[in-house]
Structure formats: structure tokens, C-alpha cells
Design a protein around this ligand. Structure first.
Ligand SMILES: Nc1nc2c(ncn2[C@@H]2O[C@H](COP(=O)(O)OP(=O)(O)OP(=O)(O)O)[C@@H](O)[C@H]2O)c(=O)[nH]1
Length: 982
């Protein structure tokens, strides 16, 4: 007959009708549509057997048949099993044979191995434990088979473990299944014939006969192969699955044995055990493992879900390899109990839904994991794809982290891995930012704040560089710099013929002012603009800024004092700005003045006087008696004419720099600005930094109202809505809307920067410092002042204070104007101690004062900057943990040792230096080496207790926790005294 006979052909062959054949096939779980449909060869064989079986009825022959059948194709067997339940059992022998056959034949098929391998499992396949078959029959017969199976399984498991070649395993499994099915199916399963997997033994149903095991042996193989195999047939479903798996019903006995060494796949030598197990528990294990097969199949009917999932699924697979597998088997069991049908079938073929699902999910998980892990560094920092990240010059890792949405700590770690120790908030050099960018695969573009601002302005069509109007000469802008008290203010005063010094608190310049003077030079009136920079170190930052708008620097050096540290510092700022320097050798009226020495000293710093062949003009002056002022101004103009081409466009919107700004009680925010390009007029809309407004009025340095200011002309402007910072660039625009928008964007940027700084600080403290340096003591400050310059200067000075690492100073807010309720709120909001408010030339009034008292916020008022600095410095030192030093009190030599049962060994000693004091710290020294650091626990003079025994006297003492004193030992007594901080 054809390889694939049609139904009607089969009907003819079997002497029945196509209808009957179709019905039979349906019972067998084979869904064939019509009489003209073809039937697979194995199914045809099974069908024939079915019919043959029915014909024979329940004859005794079955036993034999069964045995023979075992050799038949699995398909056939299955159907048989279903039909003849009883037999199998009785036919113990068959099973045995079957088992053998299997092992020899198909067997080797890994299938068995797997099944058997599992400690418990073997039986799953159970062709049919069927409904409760006589347990034992099967059991006994099964044993041998199981043992074998186990052995084979062990080998298989080992092989698998070693190879881990799933594909190959799958193939072998497939092969095994095929063969197995032929040979194996021993016992018929009584089960409900109809249900394919169903009733039949196949299903692990609920109460499997323990015995089922045996078949299980063979079956397992299927199960296993099924797992990998998956292909056989699809939908058939439940039935098939059921049959195949035929797993025994789950029952306590089937519980997988507890894991124990013998169960290890590798050691199945324990045949007995195996046999035994095969009876019951084993089966389960096998199933579990087989997962695909029996487990699923079994479960089949009931719960494909469960069966497949727990029994079959993923778990089973692992089973064979390890002891724990048995548990998996358990899972299989659960499957048995389940009820869904289809699933079982799928499981039987190793394709249960669940399994598929689980596979998919594994794959998905792997993918997800890959996706997640691929773009991250070990620290958690993300990697880029070469995207451009724009960072402002001097950005910190916190800034970088914000841009790539990660935690600053991850970048700190990455930096560390690159060999650089950088904290999260520390400003990072461009090269390091680039290095880190490359490391993380980002392209870093370092943008200076100026560039950033330029980009912002370009959005409004403003180009600061572009001003095509005609250039006109402008006055030089001069900054006076020098060491403290070398006479800068006095010099400026002498030039302006005004007396600024007298009005200053503490005699130190507090604000930056700009003034213009007019000088007659070579027959014409020339203007010179002076920016008065404070001389105190606190204003270093401003000096630097001053140098940036400065054309020429007058370096003041007192002739009686010579070059001092700040002279050099000022000189460096001047050099950095590229501004030429004119040296004013001041105080030449004093007796100790040595102007030549100053010239010599400055030669070392590259300033060589003209009279020595250099290019620098040195002018001897005496500011106080106003001597040499004209010569100095002339030198300035000569230098300007010689070294600079001072011109600027006069037309167009004004641009410039805010030199100083403060909040005036009557006039509101006022800013001193120096126009650099164009002309500033009353009524212009201007923006200075983040402040904007319309020029309401302008005053010159003499307090006169002016209506316009041209380049290099300093004016004080009223009309801004808020106080700009000293050094902010200002510009006039065509309308109010533009300046407002520019200001708002700048405000947003500053807020973001401040926030980042705050967060950074918190992170640093919480994560880095606390870890690295232990708890820190922090002094938080809020600085309020009457001018932006003084506030900034005070902050710079405080931040620059050199304090030990164990204390930290934090400026949490700074601003211009009186102390407000907001300041007090902010000060008291901290989670540590309240912040201290430094009020520089401003006050807290009425309500605010009461509020501060109530909240325990300390407000300190200052009018002299260095006094504030001194106080904060000492406050910080006061916060330091005390340091102790050892101070020796005395020493004694041990001359005798008295043994006392009550006190232990008592030293009889002579105080050779200082005194001994009871309970003092003591060090026992023997042959120059310290034996122990302890305390004098008792001290006696003769029989009386003593608190002290002085030099030259004898005494007795004992040491705390130490008894082993010897004659000749020396005891040194000392105390720890707090060491004053420097
Ligand atoms: N005899 C003499 N005294 C001078 C001369 N110039 C300044 N002084 C004095 O030196 C002291 C300091 O002068 P200031 O002008 O305040 O010095 P400064 O460099 O501005 O000081 P800071 O603002 O603190 O940096 C004052 O007492 C002046 O009177 C001078 O040419 N001759």
C-alpha cells in the first residue's frame, strides 16, 4: 500500500467503512477530515492495531502482543496502551524487554537518558499507569527498565552537560523519540480509549498508579526528546500528547525523591534505587525533566498550562542535570493534575505552549538584558553614539551627568577608572571632559559662558561683535592695582581731587567705582576713565574682572614697602589681560622710600623701566601730597597712544559692562556701567546679565544727570528691575520685549546652574565626602550686602579661606539688599544647623529680626570686610574637633616587685622625674621598648593611698590590666592635653 494510505483505502483493507475508520481515528486523537484524506504511516499502523485489538477482544493474547508491540512504532503502541490497560501490568516481562530493547535500540537515544537520568522520573512515560493498575506488576517489571534508563540517562545527562549542544541534543532526542515510541509503548493503557492522552494512562492524571513507572522509563525518553524536538506534530493535541507522555498520575509516591547524591545524574550506579524509584517518585522526576514529553503530555488533559509550564517547560529541561531536578519533576506533577487539554498535547511533543512561551521569554529577557546592559558602563554611566554634548567651560561632572541623564557618581567612577580623581562638583578641565566624553562615546563641545551667551543673543538677532558704524577715538580705561595700603585709593583721590578715602569704613575701598578725568595733554583735553578696584585680597576676583575691561593698568607700589605678594598678583592679572602697565612708585615723600629698589624688584617680573632700556614707564609719585599726578597721567596717555589703538563705534545700541550695582533705598536697583560700544541713552531698553529694564535716568561720576553716555564713559543707571552682578555685560536693545526675554533666559540658566550646584553640593557631602572623609562639620552662610561687588568679594574671600578638611563652609545664598524674611526662612530650612546670615552694610529690620530670633538664626552685621572674614575664620576653627597632644607628667623606675594575692603584682618604684598621678595614663617601658599602654590603677606612699607622688620619692603602684612588671622597668606617666589650633 501507499506510504500514506487514504482513509477509504484503509477502510477497505480493514473490512470496515470509512466512517468507522474516521471515528476510530478521531478516538485516537487523529483528526482526519474525509475519507479521501491520507493518513500518516504510523497512524495507519496504529489504526490497524486498533482494529486488530478490537477484533481480538480481551483475549489473553494481549500480553504477548503487548510485548511484541513494544517493538512497534510508538504510535501503535500508544493506541494499544490505551486499549489494553490490564495487560501491561501483567506483562511485566514485556516491559522489561521493552526497556531493554529500548536501551539497546533507540535508547541510546538520549531520550531515555534524560528520562532515566532523573532520579525520580523514569516512569513518566508510563505508558500507562493507567488508572490504577496493579501497582506492582508494573512496578516490578519496571524496575529493571528504570534502572537501565537511569543509567542511560546518566550518561546522557553527562554528555549534555559537557556538550551543552542543544541542537545536537534536540536531534538525538528526536531520533530517540521516534525509536522510543516504537519500542517503548509497553503497557497498554486501559484508559479511556478515546481520550487520547486523556484518560489513558498517558495523563499523569491525578492518581497515577505508582507503577506506571515502568513505562515511564521508556516514556521519559519521549518526554525529553519531546522537549527538544518539538516538531513532530502539531495540534493534534491533547490526545497525542496524552498518549505519548502517558505519564502516570501524580501521587505522593511519585513525588520526586529527595535529592541525594545517588540521584545525581552522574551517579546512577544505584540501580536499585533507580528501580525503586521508577515505581513511583521517579516517574515524576523524569517527567519534570522530560518536560516536553511526559510532563506536558501527562498534564495534557488537564492542564496543559500547568503540565507544560511546570512539568514540561523550562524546568524540566534542567532536570536531568542536577539533583534539584526532582523538584522539577514535582512541577510536572502538578501538570498532571491540571486540566487543560491541548496543552498536554503540545507538551507531549515538546512544544507546549508554555514552553514556547518560556523560550520566548527567555530570549526576550536576554534581549532586554542586552539592551539594558549594552549602553551602560559598569558604573551605570550611559554610553552614547557619538552625540554631541555641549558643556560650558569649567563644567563639573554634575553638569555632564545632567546632560546625559545619569548620576554624577557614575561619572566620578568612570573618571577614577581613567586614573583621574575628580569630585562631582569640581570644575573639570577641557581635556578631561574630552577624555571622559571619548570614553563614554560622546562628543564633547566645550562652550565658554561667553559663547553660550552669544548663542542666546544670536537667537534675538544680536551680534555683539557687529557694529558697522564709524569708529571714533575713545578714552583709555585705567585700573589701579596694587598691594594693600600702597595708596591706590589715595592716588585716585589725588587724581580726581576728591577725597574718597575719608568716607570709607575701615579705610578700605568697599565698592568699585568708575570715574573719568580730563587732562591736558599735548595741547588737547584728553579724558581718562579710572576704575577703582579695591586693594584687599578679598577683591581678587573683581580685580581680575576689572583687568578685562581695562586698557591700561596702573600698578601702585609703595616705595617704602617695595614689591609685595599682591603687587605680583596684580601684575599677573594685568599680564593675563594683555593690558600694558604703568608703574606708580608711590609714597616717595617718605624717608624710607627707595624708588630704585622697586624698579629693580619689578625687573624680576618682566617690567623693565624705560631708563633701564625697557618699555615700562615708572613714575615716582606721592599721592598724599599729590606730587607727580600730571606725570603719571601723561605716562598713561603716552602708553595708550604708543601701545593701543583706542577707538570704538559711537553709534548703535550701547554695549558695556556693569562695574558695580546695588539696591538703593530711594532709587531702587542702580548699576554703574561702562559703555564700550555705541551710545547709551535715557529711555533705552537694556539688559544687564539677568536684570532688565529701561533707562530712567543716568548720572555721571559727579552726580550730574546726563542723557547719553558714549564709549568709555561711566554712568550710573537707574531703571533696572533687579540688581545685576558686577561684571555682567549689558546691552541696549530695540524694545522691552527683547531685553525681557533675554533676561528671563539668563535667569533660567542661572537658576539651573545654582540648582545644579546645590544638588552637587548635597551629593558631594552625602555621598562622597561622608564616605571618604567621614562626617563633616558644615558652616552654612547666607551673604547679604549693599552691593554686588562687596557680596561677591566677601564670598570669594570666605570660600578661599584655608580651613582644615574636617570643616566645610557653604554659601547657600547671596544677594544684594537688606536681610529679608526669605533669607531667614532659607537659613532655618537646612536639615543641619541653621545657616548664619552675614549682613554686610545692610540690616535686618523689625519683623525679620524677630523672626530670626524665633528661628534661632544668627545674623551678623559687618561694615568692614576683613572683620567678617576674621570672624568666620575663627568660627570655623572653633568648630574643629579638638586636637590633643601627649604631655609627659613624670616617670619612675621599678625597683621591687611585690606579689599580692589581692592586688596582683605591685611595683615598688622611685619617681625619677616629675610626678606620678593616680589614674593617669601610663606606659611601661622595658629595655627601651613599650610593653603596654595602660593606666596607674592605684598609687600608694607607704601604706596610704596617694593621688600624686613627686620626684625623688618612693611609691607603690599597680597597672590596670597588667601584672607582668619586672624590676628595671620604667613607667612613664602622661596626660592628653587639648592642643590650641593655630
Ligand atoms: N606718606 C604717604 N602716605 C600715603 C601716600 N599714599 C597713600 N598714603 C597713605 O597710605 C594709607 C593707605 O592708602 P590707601 O589709598 O587707602 O591705600 P589702598 O591701597 O587704597 O588701600 P586698600 O584700599 O586697603 O587696598 C593711607 O593712610 C594713606 O594716607 C603717599 O604718597 N605718601
Amino acid at each position: 500500500m501507499a506510504a500514506k494510505p487514504r482513509v477509504h483505502e484503509l477502510a477497505k483493507e480493514l473490512g470496515t467503512t470509512s466512517k468507522e475508520v474516521l471515528a476510530k481515528l478521531k478516538d485516537m486523537g487523529e483528526f482526519v477530515k474525509t475519507a479521501s484524506s491520507t493518513v500518516e504511516a504510523p497512524v495507519a499502523r496504529r489504526l490497524r492495531d486498533e482494529f486488530a485489538g478490537s477484533a481480538e477482544g480481551a483475549s489473553d493474547a494481549p500480553a504477548k502482543k503487548a510485548a511484541k508491540k513494544t517493538a512497534k512504532p510508538a504510535a501503535e503502541k500508544k493506541s494499544e496502551d490505551a486499549e489494553k490497560p490490564a495487560k501491561p501490568r501483567g506483562a511485566a516481562p514485556s516491559p522489561a524487554k521493552v526497556a531493554q530493547t529500548k536501551t539497546t535500540k533507540a535508547s541510546a537515544a538520549k531520550t531515555p537518558a534524560k528520562g532515566g537520568a532523573k532520579p525520580g522520573p523514569p516512569k513518566p512515560k508510563g505508558p500507562k499507569p493507567g488508572p490504577k493498575p496493579g501497582p506492582r506488576g508494573g512496578g516490578e517489571g519496571a524496575k529493571p527498565a528504570s534502572a537501565r534508563d537511569i543509567e542511560v540517562a546518566a550518561e546522557q545527562a553527562r554528555a549534555e552537560r559537557l556538550k551543552r549542544d542543544q541542537e545536537e541534543a534536540a536531534k538525538r532526542a528526536a531520533e530517540a523519540q521516534r525509536r522510543g515510541s516504537e519500542a517503548a509503548k509497553p503497557g497498554p493503557k486501559p484508559g479511556p480509549g478515546p481520550k487520547p492522552g486523556g484518560g489513558g494512562a498517558p495523563k499523569p492524571g491525578p492518581k497515577p498508579g505508582p507503577r506506571a513507572p515502568k513505562p515511564g522509563g521508556p516514556r521519559n525518553p519521549f518526554g525529553i526528546s519531546g522537549e527538544t524536538e518539538r516538531a513532530p506534530r502539531p495540534p493534534k493535541g491533547g490526545s497525542e500528547g496524552g498518549e505519548r507522555s502517558g505519564g502516570p498520575r501524580p501521587s505522593p509516591r511519585m513525588m520526586p525523591p529527595r535529592p541525594n547524591p545517588n540521584m545525581m545524574a552522574g551517579r546512577t550506579n544505584n540501580r536499585d534505587g533507580g528501580g525503586r524509584d521508577s515505581g513511583g517518585g521517579r516517574g515524576r522526576g523524569g517527567r519534570g525533566r522530560g518536560r516536553g514529553g511526559p510532563g506536558g503530555g501527562a498534564g495534557a488533559q488537564q492542564s496543559n498550562y500547568r503540565g507544560g509550564y511546570s512539568g514540561g517547560g523550562p524546568r524540566g529541561a534542567g532536570g536531568p542535570q542536577s539533583a534539584p531536578a526532582p523538584y522539577r519533576g514535582g512541577g510536572g506533577r502538578a501538570g498532571g493534575g491540571g486540566k487543560a487539554r491541548g496543552g498536554g498535547a503540545a507538551g507531549a511533543f515538546g512544544k507546549g505552549g508554555p514552553r514556547g512561551r518560556s523560550r520566548k521569554s527567555r530570549r526576550q529577557k536576554r534581549q532586554e538584558f542586552d539592551n539594558l546592559s549594552a549602553p551602560k558602563m559598569q558604573s551605570g554611566a550611559p554610553t552614547g553614539h557619538g552625540q554631541e554634548i555641549r558643556l560650558p567651560r569649567g563644567a563639573s561632572l554634575s553638569d555632564f551627568a545632567d546632560k546625559i541623564d545619569t548620576l554624577p557618581g557614575t561619572l566620578v567612577q568612570e573618571m577614577f577608572s581613567l586614573g583621574e580623581m575628580v569630585t562631582a562638583t569640581q570644575s573639570v578641565p577641557d581635556e578631561l571632559l574630552q577624555l571622559l566624553g571619548e570614553h563614554l562615546n560622546f562628543t564633547i563641545s566645550v562652550v565658554s559662558p561667553e559663547e553660550e551667551d552669544k548663542e542666546l543673543l544670536s537667537q534675538f538677532g544680536i551680534d555683539l561683535e557687529k557694529n558697522n558704524s564709524e569708529m571714533a577715538p575713545r578714552p583709555p580705561v585705567v585700573t589701579v592695582m596694587g598691594h594693600v595700603d600702597h595708596g591706590k585709593t589715595k592716588l585716585l583721590d589725588a587724581i580726581r581731587h576728591s577725597n574718597v578715602v575719608d568716607g570709607e569704613a575701615g579705610g578700605i575701598t568697599q565698592h568699585i567705582g568708575a570715574y573719568q578725568v580730563s587732562v591736558e595733554h599735548e595741547g588737547e583735553d584728553r579724558a581718562i576713565t579710572f576704575i577703582d578696584t579695591p586693594g584687599h585680597e578679598a577683591f581678587t576676583a573683581m580685580r581680575a574682572r576689572g583687568a578685562n575691561v581695562t586698557d591700561i593698568v596702573i600698578l601702585v607700589v609703595a616705595a617704602d614697602d617695595g614689591v609685595m605678594p599682591q603687587t605680583v598678583e596684580a601684575l599677573n592679572h594685568a599680564k593675563a589681560s594683555g593690558a600694558p602697565v604703568v608703574v606708580a612708585v608711590n609714597k616717595t615723600d617718605l624717608d624710607g622710600a627707595n624708588p630704585q629698589k622697586v624698579r629693580q624688584q619689578l625687573t624680576e617680573y618682566g617690567l623693565v623701566a624705560e631708563e633701564y632700556g625697557g618699555e615700562t614707564m615708572f613714575v615716582d609719585v606721592a599721592a598724599k601730597p599729590r606730587i607727580g599726578m600730571d606725570s603719571l597721567l601723561e605716562a598713561v596717555l603716552l602708553t595708550a597712544d604708543a601701545a593701543l589703538q583706542l577707538e570704538a563705534p559711537q553709534a548703535g545700541n550701547a554695549q558695556g559692562v556693569a562695574i558695580e550695582a546695588h539696591l538703593d533705598k530711594g532709587r531702587g536697583p542702580v548699576a554703574s556701567v561702562l559703555v564700550q560700544k555705541g551710545t547709551l541713552r535715557v529711555g533705552d531698553s537694556i539688559v544687564a546679565g539677568a536684570a532688565y529694564g529701561r533707562v530712567r535716568a543716568m548720572l555721571d561720576d559727579l552726580g550730574n544727570r546726563v542723557t547719553e553716555a558714549t564709549p568709555s564713559f561711566p554712568v550710573q543707571v537707574q531703571g533696572l528691575a533687579s540688581v545685576p552682578m558686577a561684571g555682567d555685560v549689558f546691552l541696549a536693545a530695540d524694545d522691552d520685549r527683547t531685553v525681557r526675554q533675554i533676561a528671563e533666559q539668563r535667569q533660567a540658566r542661572r537658576r539651573a546652574a545654582q540648582q545644579a550646584a546645590r544638588v552637587g553640593r548635597a551629593t558631594l557631602e552625602n555621598l562622597m565626602d561622608k564616605i571618604a572623609e567621614g562626617e563633616r562639620t558644615t558652616l552654612s552662610l547666607i551673604i547679604k550686602g549693599d552691593g554686588a561687588g562687596s557680596v561677591e568679594a566677601l564670598e570669594e574671600a570666605l570660600v578661599g579661606l584655608e580651613v582644615p578638611n574636617d570643616v566645610q563652609l557653604r554659601v547657600i545664598h547671596r544677594g544684594v539688599g537688606p536681610v529679608t524674611e526669605n533669607d531667614v526662612n532659607l537659613a532655618s530650612a537646612g536639615d543641619e544647623t541653621a545657616a548664619t546670615i552675614l549682613a554686610f552694610n545692610v540690616r535686618a529690620e523689625g519683623k525679620v529680626k524677630d523672626m530670626a530670633d524665633r528661628e534661632g538664626v544668627d545674623i551678623r552685621y559687618y561694615s568692614v570686610i576683613y572683620r567678617a572674614i576674621e570672624e568666620i575664620e575663627s568660627a570655623l576653627k572653633g568648630m574643629l574637633k579638638p586636637e590633643y597632644e601627649e604631655v609627659e607628667i613624670g616617670s619612675a623606675e621599678i625597683r621591687e616587685v611585690f606579689r599580692s594575692s589581692k592586688f596582683g603584682n605591685i611595683a615598688g618604684a622611685l619617681v625619677t622625674k616629675g610626678l606620678l598621678r593616680r589614674n593617669a595614663k601610663a606606659r611601661l617601658v622595658r629595655d627601651g621598648a613599650t610593653v603596654i599602654e595602660t593606666e596607674l590603677s592605684s598609687l600608694r606612699r607607704f601604706k596610704d593611698d596617694a593621688t600624686e607622688v613627686r620626684e625623688g620619692f618612693e611609691c607603690g603602684f599597680t597597672l590596670k590590666n597588667y601584672n607582668n612588671i619586672e624590676i628595671g622597668d620604667v613607667v612613664e606617666v602622661y596626660e592628653m592635653r587639648e592642643k590650641p589650633r593655630e
